[in-house]
Design a protein around this ligand. Structure first.
Ligand code: SAM
Ligand code: SF4
Length: 471
């Protein structure tokens, strides 16, 4: 038997949602335990892994583009290329037919096998063979409960409290790529939260495809999030996503009353048309969704609401799109992720309903809704002018190291001049807001006086999306 190589360098790139970022932390942990070393430098890597997303076609295209860039590298030196995550799961053999340069495929439930698959692929290359390693079986039990994620520095730590999804929304590929829904044991989650606090993280985001269906013995999600928020040292707890069909009053109570649970809820709408919501298998109506928003805002008017909307789903008429438009106009979310419908293989919609809204019409509807939401986000953010907002400091702003960046309790980005406000990542500072765009609040400290001239409005209309998409 050949000696195990001592330092195999791995470069891992992550595409898609927060659950994928979390899964990459699991992958790093499992591979480091097995002696692999991670590098940010693709040129130095012996192994290049891509943790992929399959939710929309453009996510696929990004991965294919990356793969074609790797072809040249692979011609120059021995290199193992692996595709992980939802795309690996969904496309299985087809992906390796299309891309002969892929050596390893590992689905979201197969990461424990990854070190072995990679070593086998390396041995096979040394021997001049070209054996591929696949592990794409879905599990009913895998929650990686015993794997301590290899987290990058920062103020936020993710914990996946459940995996998979049983909802089968007709447009969505997740139940096919991530399998059946399973909840992770709560004691382990709370223990992990304690460890996270000891490591100095200030915020925990609990992840699940539908956190409202979290169940473990007599634990539901409200009990779980309260236990996590009670952990000393954790200042903020967020969660994503709850499904509007079964939002329990106990969770709403916990959000409204617990000082460490952020007053922020992401509540995916998808459509304002009851016919389309039915075809999407969302199991709530326009009226029920509005009633839920009303219930939330009656309990606490300061809860920041965001949503997801799909434009151009199968058979969406002009009037049905207008119903969505009117509902978004009425509900005035703080922000929204607005997507064009993208047909996904295997889904109920792909099997039953034609993808018959043309591309130009999808584009036009997305643009109209985006413009509407951008104006609402701008107005919503300007409601914070001349108020003082507690901000969890994250670090430097992307555009300039002279600016600090952090998040409000409602998860809105706040930026300030570091020369005027001194703070460290992890601090919670009270900042006076003197200007706002559709995506960002601008702060000064000490609190701005009524007479202070606000910064002249510049680009108020930024992107509505962040790099890492929620899920
Ligand atoms: N589990 C979450 C829920 O149901 O609220 C959503 C998870 S999904 C990964 C994130 C968002 O992607 C969805 O809310 C939906 O708006 C969007 N999405 C999912 N499948 C899509 C598709 N085929 N085309 C366009 N957008 C899609
Ligand atoms: Fe599950 Fe969300 Fe996909 Fe619906 S949209 S199937 S709830 S992951």
């Amino acid at each position: 038997m050949k000696a195990k190589p001592t330092a195999t360098h791995v470069h891992l790139e992550t595409f898609g949602c927060q659950m994928n970022e979390y899964d990459s932390e699991l992958v790093r942990s499992l591979m480091k335990q097995d002696g692999f070393v991670f590098t940010d430098d693709r040129e130095r890597a012996d192994v290049i892994l891509m943790n992929t997303c399959a939710i929309r076609e453009n996510a696929h295209n990004k991965v294919y583009k990356h793969l074609s860039e790797l072809r040249k590298l692979k011609q120059q030196r021995p290199l193992v290329v692996g595709v992980l995550g939802c795309m690996a799961q969904n496309l299985k053999e087809e992906l390796t037919d299309v891309q002969p340069l892929i050596d390893v495929l590992a689905g979201p439930d197969a990461y424990r096998q990854l070190p072995m698959l990679i070593r086998n692929a390396m041995l096979s290359q040394e021997e001049g063979l070209d054996q591929k390693g696949f592990a794409v079986d879905l599990s009913e039990y895998e929650t990686y409960h015993d794997v301590i994620p290899d987290r990058l520095d920062g103020v936020n730590a993710w914990i996946a409290v459940m995996r998979g999804c049983d909802n089968f929304c007709s447009f969505c590929v997740v139940p096919y790529t991530r399998g059946r829904e399973r909840s992770r044991d709560p004691e382990g989650i709370v223990q992990e939260a304690r460890r996270i606090a000891e490591q100095g993280f200030k915020q925990i985001t609990l992840l699940g495809q539908n956190v409202n269906s979290y169940r473990y013995g007599d634990w539901d999600f409200a009990k779980l999030i309260t236990a996590v928020a009670d952990v000393p040292g954790i200042e903020r707890v967020r969660f994503t996503s709850p499904h509007p069909k079964d939002f329990p009053p106990s969770l709403l109570e916990a959000v409204a009353s617990h000082p460490h649970i952020c007053k922020q809820i992401h509540l995916p709408l998808q459509s304002g048309s009851d016919r389309l919501l039915g075809l999407m298998n969302r199991t709530y109506t326009n009226k029920e969704y509005r009633a839920l928003v009303d219930r939330i805002r009656t309990l606490r008017s300061d809860i920041v609401l965001s949503t997801d909307v799909i434009c151009g789903f199968c058979g969406e008429s002009d009037e049905e799109f207008s119903e969505t438009y009117r509902l978004v106009e009425e509900l005035r979310f703080h922000s929204a992720f607005i997507f064009k419908y993208s047909e996904r293989k295997h889904t109920i919609a792909a099997r039953r309903f034609p993808d018959d809204v043309s591309e130009p019409i999808k584009t036009e509807r997305v643009t109209r809704l985006f413009n509407l939401q951008r104006n609402i986000s701008y107005e919503r953010n300007r409601e914070y002018l001349k108020t003082t907002v507690p901000v969890l400091v994250e670090g430097n702003a992307k555009r300039s190291a002279e600016q600090g960046m952090g998040k409000s309790d409602g998860n809105i980005t706040v930026i300030w001049n570091k020369r005027a406000i001194s703070s460290q990542p992890g601090d919670i500072v009270s900042l006076a807001i003197y200007d706002a765009s559709s995506t960002t609040l601008y702060a000064e400290s000490p609190p701005v006086h009524e007479s202070s001239a606000p910064r002249p409005p510049q680009n108020h209309f930024g992107k509505l999306r962040s790099k890492t998409e929620h899920f």
